[in-house]
Structure formats: structure tokens, C-alpha cells
Write a protein that binds this ligand. Structure first.
Ligand SMILES: C[S@@+](CC[C@H](N)C(=O)[O-])C[C@H]1O[C@@H](n2cnc3c(N)ncnc32)[C@H](O)[C@@H]1O
Length: 205
């Protein structure tokens, strides 16, 4: 049975996200992707950045099966490790030792708005413990700026998220900025992306 899942947004956003990652990612080492979902991003980025070792992860077993099915389908089993069980709130994160010693970036796409606020804190705190100085934590998704929605559609999306789960909802860029300072990151770039999303690039001090 084919266990691959298809998340339609990944086909639209993987190009623009990949172009930005191309400027921000290191030239070697491992990248940890949090909340990899279907795994479509993971295999696409592993193919685009063959000199990096892409470690996908997700706490959802169906998503991990999908990630592994995508890895196999794309013939990447010899370069990509299997999807890791990683819930950002269960700390310390269970990274294999080989990954700890080579980790040069953490990528987090579309997680912070669809998880409780402590997940945001966990992503920054735990990434700060794992990344070497100067290495990036790259976060993509919808955010508010100075407490204000950047579009009508983001405001509606935020309401629908909070209806589904009162702990979910768009985070504010300022929250990330102040959290960055207290966890040992600097927020270096805030890049506007298609469909009213942003990419935040934090670097470990
Ligand atoms: C909206 S999907 C995004 C998936 C993928 N990054 C993408 O953009 O298509 C959110 C993902 O976050 C994962 N997730 C939810 N809570 C999480 C947590 N506490 N730690 C890590 N991942 C989590 C879900 O299993 C799901 O795969």
C-alpha cells in the first residue's frame, strides 16, 4: 500500500521556500526539519541540496510513514535517514549522536500557528541548545506583525484555527524577536513570502 500523503500547499510553496533556503543554508552538514508532515518538502529539499543530510521528523506516525514512503519513492534511502519521532515539546529532542555533531541548521515550516504557544518556546530553546554559533533556525508560516494581521485571509485563518483549538493561532513576529534574545538567537531576517507568509531567519549567537 502506498503510504505517501499529499499536502497540496507543499507544491506551491516549496519553490519559494527552496529559493530562500538556498541563500540561508550551510554548505555542509545536517539539517533537522521539524514537523515535516507528508515529507514532500523533505525529499524536495534533499534533492535540491544534495550536499546536505536532510533529517525529517514528525510526532504523527502516519506522517512519519508518509515521509519514509516518499524517501523510498524518490530513491533517496541511501542518503536520507528515516523520519525521526520528534515532538518539539518532549525534551531533550531525541537526535542521534551523528546528527548532533553535524547539525548546521533547523527548519520549521507551518508548525507554530498550529500548535500551542509553548511549542514555539520549545523550538527556539531546544534549537539553541543544538545549533553551533552562527547556524540558522529558519521558520516559515503566517505571522502577525505588531499584533496586526497582514491580510484579511490571515485574520480569517487565525479565527478558524482558534475555533478548532483555542491554543492555536498565528504568533507575532515581536514574540519571536523577544524570545530569540532570551534563548541566544538573533532574528536576522524577516522575508515576505507568497500567500502572506513570512520566513524568519534566526541565527545562533
Ligand atoms: C500544518 S502541518 C505542516 C507540515 C509540513 N511542514 C508542511 O508545511 O506541509 C503541521 C505538522 O506539525 C506536526 N506537529 C504538530 N504538533 C507538533 C509538535 N508538538 N512537535 C512537532 N511537530 C508537530 C503535525 O504532525 C503536522 O505534521
Amino acid at each position: 500500500m502506498d503510504q505517501r500523503l499529499f499536502f497540496p500547499a507543499t507544491e506551491r510553496n516549496r519553490g519559494p521556500i527552496g529559493d530562500l533556503l538556498n541563500q540561508m543554508l550551510p554548505a555542509s552538514g545536517a539539517v533537522l526539519e521539524l514537523a515535516s508532515g507528508s515529507g514532500e518538502h523533505a525529499v524536495f529539499f534533499q534533492q535540491r541540496f544534495p550536499y546536505l543530510r536532510w533529517q525529517a521528523s514528525d510526532p504523527n506516525p502516519e506522517h512519519r510513514s508518509s515521509i519514509n514512503a516518499w524517501i523510498q519513492h524518490q530513491g533517496l534511502s541511501h542518503v536520507m535517514p528515516a523520519a525521526l519521532y520528534l515532538d518539539v515539546q518532549r525534551r531533550p529532542w531525541p537526535l542521534p549522536q551523528s546528527m548532533r555533531t553535524s547539525l548546521n541548521a533547523v527548519v520549521c515550516i507551518n508548525l507554530l500557528h498550529i500548535s500551542p504557544a509553548p511549542c514555539t518556546e520549545a523550538v527556539l530553546e531546544e534549537s539553541a541548545l543544538l545549533l553551533p554559533s552562527g547556524a540558522p533556525l529558519i521558520i516559515y508560516g503566517p505571522f502577525t506583525r505588531h499584533g496586526i494581521h497582514t491580510s484579511v485571509s490571515n485574520a480569517a485563518f487565525d479565527r478558524s484555527l482558534r475555533d478548532r483549538n483555542p491554543q492555536w493561532g498565528l504568533r507575532d513576529v515581536n514574540t519571536i524577536t523577544s524570545m530569540a534574545a532570551s534563548t541566544g538567537f538573533q532574528l536576522n531576517d524577516v522575508v515576505s513570502m507568497p500567500a502572506n507568509n513570512l520566513t524568519l531567519v534566526l541565527r545562533r549567537a
